[in-house]
Design a protein around this ligand. Structure first.
Ligand code: ADP
Length: 240
């Protein structure tokens, strides 16, 4: 049975946000010393670490593609990242998220530059509070930039959804649990190309269009934070 909970009170969402407002986001690039590239990202109550390993020769060798690199993103939710305590290791949900993120990244990395190679991206969800696939993909993209891997664009992700009949940006935990629909997307911000689009729940065509527009706006705001974080890393390196 669905618990009834009021998600909008006096025109404001439970955490006080407006309908088109993102949760606070903090991005830091280059946080790990031994990975080729890395990123730590906080997005509302989500805490995510992403790290890149490669490009390196793909093993086992039968996985190699003679024309381009393969991209393996592995999304993992730590056992301590959620209230219920999650059984450690991969499950159906994390396999699905790993697959959609790998495909999104594969479309934006210039993989032809690294035939027979593999580019591995680890995404560790340390604290989860809804929207972890978007947070994970956004962190992974930043880690790829940090690793100096040639990209056509810097992918970025954000969700919009529907709560109490209204279209809102970036669902929080209760909104995700008790809301009507969630539409996470990832785009290439320069061209607007959609790299990932999933939908949970129901939206009419009109609502879908509105949610998509809002999610794209969210992506564009976050894209600026990604650029700022990478510039900050280089500034820090120059000072240190
Ligand atoms: P996303 O994190 O991308 O929104 P879902 O919609 O599948 O993906 O999950 C929504 C939220 O539900 C997660 O961010 C997390 O807070 C919570 N959650 C997901 N899986 C579990 C789990 N196995 N146990 C407890 N909470 C979970």
């Amino acid at each position: 049975m669905k618990t009834e909970i009021k998600l909008i009170k006096n025109g404001k969402r439970l955490d006080g946000r407006k309908n088109d407002e993102l949760r606070p986001i903090k991005i830091e690039a280059g946080v790990l010393h031994r990975a080729e590239g890395s990123c730590y990202l906080e997005w509302g109550g989500n805490k995510v670490l992403a790290a890149v390993y490669g490009p390196r020769e793909a093993v086992p060798r039968h996985t190699q593609n003679p024309l381009r690199a393969i991209v393996n993103a592995r999304y993992n939710m730590a056992a301590f990242s959620v209230d219920d305590r999650k059984r450690p290791g991969p499950d159906r949900r994390s396999r699905e998220i790993s697959k959609v993120i790998s495909e999104a990244l594969e479309n934006i990395i210039i993989t032809e530059k690294f035939p027979r190679a593999s580019i591995d991206v680890s995404i560790e969800i340390l604290d989860a509070e809804a929207g972890t696939r978007c947070a994970g993909l956004t962190a992974a993209a930043e880690a790829l930039v940090d690793a100096g891997i040639p990209l056509k664009d810097i992918p970025v992700a954000c969700a919009a959804g529907k709560i109490e009949g209204e279209i809102v940006l970036d669902l929080g935990k209760e909104e995700d649990n008790f809301g009507d629909a969630d539409l996470p997307i990832a785009i290439a911000p320069r061209t607007g190309e959609i790299l990932l689009l999933q939908m949970d729940g129901h939206l009419t065509q009109k609502e879908f269009d509105k949610a998509l527009d809002l999610a794209i706006k969210g992506c564009k705001t976050i894209a600026e934070l990604q650029k700022k974080a990478i510039l900050e890393k280089y500034q820090k390196n120059m000072e240190g």
